[in-house]
Design a protein around this ligand. Structure first.
Ligand code: SF4
Length: 410
């Protein structure tokens, strides 16, 4: 085992238990962006692939020496796997991963198929639920329609409320919401709707999964403004029970929080893996690059094999392989070329590979500046923030003046 692998701290596994969806979101990268590999895969994962997957993850976590694992039932729509198979798979995973210090099972769902039996399954296995919902009824239903063209907001919110009712009783963690930012959406209205109308306490906002070649929109500052507006509402609420992933991470970093997700040389300590319904293994987020990530399957290889593959090694190294444009950037210690709050493909172009700043760079800078400005006004010692930004294995040199300029540009 290489030294690199010995530093893996966390395994993040996305399992595509169903290769079909009960709805038809226009932006879906699995079904509606020209990538058709799902057609060659079983609609649902079989029991035997489930058993192999559980064993694969258990062995892999052990061999990599990871201290924690997060396993997310994904799809398509994961509830299309069906209750009995889902329940059986959760048992297999919990059993196989016994002894790993921290294991979390989660599911990412549109919540439209939920009923009391699903609630029992989630409670039995302590499954954390993320509900996909893009905002108000109007915004959500612009893109998230069913196969008959009907909006899905009402049915998703019914599912969310059912989850909340049982979470309140302690059945499982409070469900979070994952939102794809729509260029027409208002950050303020979206946040207020989630918090005030729907009782949401945890939310994650997704930026576009575009490369430099596919990003057609000139809306990067629209996305940034959306997030700045969300931040302002969140900061105004000042409610510790409400978690917005991006801002919690950013403020924690500015305050000097430890980043366990990278080793001393800046390499990522996370091993990502996506397992398809036929057991094939890859990284979902790399699909737009059309990079050859090798040919792996849970039945014929190990997670260690995959972690040793050139594609995996490249992904772990990306945080330290920054483009020239990122080298003098005041935010690079945190941002890592956009990896912190985007996806790897945001750096990709067919011409330069990953040797680019994020396609969302300008917007990211605006958000970082906005949050940093707020943190300083709220009393975070400036030196602490400067230390957090400057402490980096690559020892980048930038003047304090540049830092100050960046903070004050918000
Ligand atoms: S803000 Fe832009 S230049 Fe700075 S590290 Fe991020 S992507 Fe690179």
């Amino acid at each position: 085992m290489s030294n690199l692998l010995e530093t893996v701290y966390h395994v993040e596994a996305v399992i595509k238990v169903a290769a079909r969806c009960n709805i038809n979101c226009s932006y879906c990268y699995v079904f509606n962006k020209g990538e058709e590999s799902f057609k060659d895969r079983p609609i649902k994962m079989s029991r035997s692939v489930m058993a192999d997957t559980a064993a694969y993850l258990a062995q892999g976590v052990r061999e990599l020496g990871a201290k924690s694992a997060n396993v997310v039932f994904h799809g398509g729509e994961p509830l299309m796997l069906g209750k009995r198979d889902f329940d059986a798979f959760a048992f297999l995973l919990r059993d196989a991963l016994t002894g790993v210090p921290s294991v979390r099972l989660g599911v990412q769902t549109n919540a439209m198929l939920l009923d009391d039996e699903w609630i029992d399954i989630f409670a039995r296995h302590r499954i954390g639920v993320g509900v996909s919902l893009d905002g108000t009824s109007y915004i959500n239903d612009l893109e998230r329609k069913d196969h008959r063209g009907r909006g899905t907001y009402r049915r998703t919110v019914d599912g969310l409320r059912l989850l909340q009712k049982h979470a309140k009783l302690g059945a499982f963690p409070w469900p979070g919401v994952i939102s794809v930012i729509h260029p027409l959406a208002s950050g303020k209205a979206t946040y207020r709707h989630f918090v005030d109308d729907l009782g949401v306490r945890g939310m994650t906002f997704h930026l576009p999964m575009d490369t430099h070649d596919s990003f057609e929109s000139q809306d990067v500052m629209v996305y940034a403004q959306f997030l700045c507006d969300v931040f302002d509402e969140w900061a105004r609420d000042n409610n510790r029970d409400i978690y917005v992933r991006m801002f919690s991470q950013l403020l924690s970093f500015f305050a000097g929080g430890e980043q366990q997700t990278q080793d001393a040389s800046g390499h990522s300590r996370m091993q990502h893996v996506t397992i398809e319904s036929d057991g094939s293994v890859g990284v979902d987020e790399l699909k737009p690059t059309r990079l050859n990530t090798g040919s792996f399957n849970v039945r014929t290889s190990s997670l260690r094999d995959f972690a040793n593959s050139p594609a995996s090694a490249l992904l772990r190294e990306l945080p330290t392989r920054l483009a020239d444009q990122c080298q003098p950037c005041v935010w690079r210690n945190y941002c890592k070329g956009g990896l912190q709050h985007g996806v790897q493909v945001n750096r990709w172009s067919d011409t330069n590979g990953f040797d680019n700043a994020s396609v969302l760079c300008e917007g990211l800078m605006k958000i970082y500046s906005h949050v940093a400005h707020h943190a300083l006004l709220a009393g975070l010692p400036e030196q602490r923030m400067l230390d957090a930004l400057e402490h980096h294995p690559l020892q980048f040199a930038s003047s304090r003046g540049l830092h100050r300029q960046a903070f004050l540009r918000a």
